[in-house]
Every structure is written in C-alpha cells, then in structure tokens.
Design a protein around this ligand. Structure first.
Ligand SMILES: Cc1cc2nc3c(=O)[nH]c(=O)nc-3n(C[C@H](O)[C@H](O)[C@H](O)COP(=O)(O)OP(=O)(O)OC[C@H]3O[C@@H](n4cnc5c(N)ncnc54)[C@H](O)[C@@H]3O)c2cc1C
Length: 507
C-alpha cells in the first residue's frame, strides 16, 4: 500500500458502533486510527442525548452480547471486546426481552428462561406444542453452531480455513442453514395462522421484515441468544457503549474528531487515499473504513459515477418516527416490563406506523431521569417521502409531528392508561431528523436482503475500491448493535491481517 501525506494508518468515517469497534480493535493492535464523526458525540443510532435532566437512547435499547463466556459461547462480543480493551461497561440484566401485546388479547412476555417462554406460548396454542418446540429448537441449534465459532471475516480465507478445520461439521451445517428462511422453517412445523403471525412479529421486531424474508441464521442469533447471553441494559443508557469504545480507542493512542463531517472519500486510480472534510481539509491514510450506509458511501462520498449503487439493489428499510417522553413516574405501574411491542391489527402490522415499539429504560436505570420521573421511548416506522413536503421547523411540520405523536400516545394507552396526561417533556424525531442527524440515506434503518437472497449477498467489509472498507449495518450480518459489532470485528480482523498484524482471538 502506498500513501501520500499520511495522518493515520486507518481513517474511519463515522463513530457508529461498527466504525468504533473496528477502530478500537485496530488501535489496540498498534494500527493507528483516526475517526471522524459529524455529530458532537459518538454512537449514531446507539448514542444517548440529554434534554432537561433526561438521558434518552437515540435508537437502540434492547442489547445482546453482554453475556458471560460460560453461558454464551463466542457471541458475547461486547463482553469480550471490553475485556480486550480493559474498559468496563456495567449492565443490568433484563428478565424480559420484549412483552408483545397483539390482536385478540394475545399477550406474551419473552422470558429469559426459554422454558417459561415456550410454556406461555404453548398455553395459548396447545395444539401446536410440538411445532413450537421443534421450531425454537432449530433456532437454538443455529445459535449453538454460531456460538461455537470465533468471529471473523467471511472474506478472510485464513480465518475460514481455520474455522472450517477446527469445526468441520458445524461449518458444513451452517453453510446449509445460510440458505434457509426463518418463516419457511416455521411453516414446516407450525400451521396455526395466529401463531405464524406471532413468528412474523418476532422477525419484524428487529429485522423489520416478515419471517419468510428473514434469514434463519440471523433469527438464530436474535431469538436464541436472548435465552443464553440474555438481554442486558448498559448503566447510563445506550451511549455507554460507544463512550466505552471511544475510551478504548483513546487509551491506545487513537483519535476521534467530532463535528468533522467527511464530504468525500479521496480515490486515486481505484484506490482510497483518504478523506476530505466539510471545511476542505484533507487527511490521508493507508486504508479508509466507511461506517456510512452503502448508499451514502457510494452515491455521495465517492464522486466517481462508476461506483454508484442502484437503490433497488437491496430493499431499503423504512425510517422511523420517534417519541422521547419524560413522564410522571406514577404512570408506570409496579412490575411493568421495560420493552413492549404493540400490534392493533395483523393486516397493518408491517405498514408504515403499524407496530409500536416501546421502552421505559428508567425501570432498569432510574439515573436516566430526574427523581420521580420515567422515560418512555416509543417509535413507529415512517418514510421520508411522507414528510418531505413540510419545511422543517415550520408550523405545519410541528403540527404534523404533534398529531402523529398524539395518535401513538393514545394507542399506547392500551397498555399504559393515563400516558397522555403524564407527559411532561416531549422530543419528537421524524424520518427527516434521522436522515439529517445520522447522515443516512432517507433516514433508512439500512439495506435488507430481498426474499430468497442468501445472507452472503449482503455487502461484506471489502468494497470495489482498493483499501476502502465498510463496517456497520449495511454490511454482513446487518442491523442491530451486536450485528454491527460483528461487522466491526470482521472488518478489523481483515485489515489487521492485511497490515501483517492479525488480531488475537477475542477471549
Ligand atoms: C429507532 C431505532 C431503534 C433501534 N433499536 C435497536 C435495539 O433495540 N437493539 C439493537 O440491537 N439495535 C437497534 N437498532 C439498530 C442499531 O441501533 C443500528 O443497527 C446500529 O446502531 C447501527 O450502527 P452503525 O455502525 O451501522 O452506524 P450508525 O448508527 O448509522 O452510525 C453512523 C455514524 O456515522 C456518522 N456519519 C455518517 N456519515 C458521516 C460522514 N460523512 N462524516 C462523519 N460522520 C458520519 C453518523 O453521524 C453516525 O454517528 C435501532 C435503530 C433505530 C434507528
């Protein structure tokens, strides 16, 4: 690799969890990194922001990957990475992943204990007892295979060979399962329509797709690990994760520059050389990692038309309309669970705004709100196109936000009576906010595979441009904090080997 006026070995565009994880592991290995972040603080969709004494999760609030090694194989990547960096993130175990409130009075909490969860499901569908057990057993099998293998890049032949030689049967089984869909697998065992709807919402809750479109392998992580590593909430909120990664980067000599937006990736003769910031300054490096989406990277930051990515190459997931509410604590009853999903009608669960996602993280960590208050964080899917005709900040834009927020709050009163009267602070974010704040094309949750596409058809860490790499939810395995952490690990592991300093296995 040649360089011009080098400023770091590796420049990282964006301090999302994918970018920070890659930077931290490279820096720990002695490969110098420089991270540019357009916002004033790190984490992107996993950041925290403060308002009037509240500390809100900007997006993510259900966290995997903090299990301890003895119970959850290699999938507890946060535990392993923070141990490697020598940085502590304290967490609080969450006994319920999600409490679903579905049509026809169907209400089911997903308990950490898998038997309790399955028994609850079987109590509603006794005629499907065997199907339920068989389907969830399949997911556990996928989980067990994945958690027996160390994380690494699917593009790294040495990694694949070492995993394949150490685990030949598991590697073969995983390769076969990578072609299967979660929904089609469910339909082998389950026939009850309402139960199949439940399997769909289990997929939709994190993949924003129905179960047929969702790869079995991804389901094996999200729907099984919750019963092994479990769901754990970081003390201090979602932002505690990126803040700890930044601490790790800086501890080993890496640099993070905030309020530094990259406007162009400098490419010379098919090779990435560095970046140009909004103020015109240029920085050079041996490699560049983009933590931006695949569309933003290739259709905005790269000027060469030959690298354009057609919007239709992947399904573009919708964006979000989010409500960050500060509420009087008395509205949250004793024993109320932290995370909820509400569906009023199966016909519209996957339409814009159809499903309500809801969390009250102060039940676990009261320090996120002033005394006597709770946080209620609710969101529904939304599309930029529905908001674009409104000028941001205009009275009609504010009125549209208030109107939609009022309907979401009123629908939520089904599980939290009196919510509308308990609201004392309301911060609302539309798809336009997501687009602008996170620099994400149309504020999208990211690219999704089309039904029938294999998980290996997701973009990986290498790109058509030499020395330009990618980490984050546009790359394999996809959306979710633990998934983008995996992508950061695999990106760092590929680059570190290229630099002749392979990463140690994460123990
Ligand atoms: C509403 C919502 C709820 C969610 N809930 C959960 C959940 O409960 N559990 C879960 O696991 N996951 C959840 N997710 C998904 C998860 O948060 C994301 O998949 C993950 O955080 C994305 O990480 P990323 O590395 O791809 O980067 P992003 O979070 O997209 O961050 C990218 C960063 O790069 C910066 N950036 C982009 N372009 C530039 C540029 N040109 N120059 C400088 N900086 C730039 C951005 O400002 C941003 O900080 C949720 C997401 C949302 C939106």
């Amino acid at each position: 690799m040649s360089s011009i006026n080098e400023s770091a070995d590796v420049i990282v565009i964006g301090s999302g969890i994918g970018g920070l994880t890659a930077a931290a592991l490279l820096q720990e290995r002695g490969i110098s990194t420089l991270v540019f972040e357009k916002n004033r603080y790190p984490g992107g969709s996993c950041s925290s922001f403060q308002r009037e004494g509240y500390r809100f999760d900007a997006g993510a609030s259900v966290f995997y990957g903090f299990g301890d090694n003895s119970t959850s194989g290699t999938l507890n990547l946060h535990t392993r990475i923070f141990r490697k960096l020598g940085v502590e993130v304290r967490t609080i175990p969450d006994p319920i992943q999600i409490h679903y409130h579905l049509p026809n009075g169907f209400s089911v909490p997903v308990y950490y204990d898998q038997h309790t969860f399955l028994d609850t499901l079987i109590a509603r569908f006794p005629h499907e007892a065997e199907g339920i057990k068989s389907f969830y057993r399949e997911l556990t099998e996928v989980y067990e295979i994945l958690s027996s293998m160390p994380a690494g890049s699917l593009e790294d032949v040495s990694h694949l060979l070492s995993v394949g030689i150490a685990n030949p049967l598991n590697t073969f089984a995983l390769a076969l399962k990578s072609f299967r869909s979660m929904g089609k697998t469910a339909r082998r065992y389950i026939h009850d329509e309402e139960l199949l709807h439940f399997i769909d919402i289990e997929a939709y809750s994190w993949a924003v797709q129905d179960a047929v479109a969702t790869p079995l392998v991804n389901a094996g992580i999200c729907l099984a690990d919750r019963h092994f590593g479990g769901i754990n909430y970081p003390v201090g909120g979602s932002g505690a994760i990126p803040e700890a990664l930044c601490k790790g980067i800086e501890k080993f000599g890496g640099r993070i520059r905030y309020q530094s937006e990259v406007t162009e990736i400098l490419v010379d003769n098919g090779e990435a050389r560095g970046v140009r910031l909004a103020d015109g300054t240029e920085y050079y490096a041996k490699a560049v990692i983009s933590n931006a989406t695949v569309w933003d990277t290739f259709n905005r930051l790269i000027t060469d038309e030959r690298y354009r990515v057609d919007e239709k190459k992947f399904l573009r997931a919708t964006s979000w309309f989010q409500l960050f509410l500060g509420v009087d604590a008395s509205v949250i009853p004793e024993g109320f669970h932290v995370h909820h999903i509400l569906v009023d009608d199966w016909k519209s669960y996957n339409k814009t705004g159809g499903t309500i996602y809801f969390s009250a993280p102060t039940i676990l960590d009261p320090s996120l709100a002033p005394p006597g208050k709770h946080i209620v964080h609710a969101f529904v899917t939304g599309e930029v196109d529905e908001w674009q005709h409104l000028e941001r900040g205009s009275s009609s834009y504010l009125a549209a936000k208030e109107a939609l927020a009022a309907t979401v709050i009123s629908r939520t009163e089904r599980i939290l009576p009196g919510l509308s009267k308990a609201v004392e602070l309301k911060v609302l974010a539309t798809p336009l906010t997501h687009e602008r704040y996170l620099n994400r094309f149309k504020g999208s949750y990211g690219p999704l595979l089309k039904s029938g596409q294999n998980i290996l058809q997701k973009p990986q860490n290498t790109t058509p441009i030499k020395n330009l790499f990618a980490a984050g939810d546009s790359t394999f395995p996809g959306q979710g904090v633990i998934a983008v952490t995996y992508s950061g690990v695999s990106c760092a592991s590929y680059i570190a080997r290229k630099f002749g300093k392979p990463l140690d296995e994460l123990l």
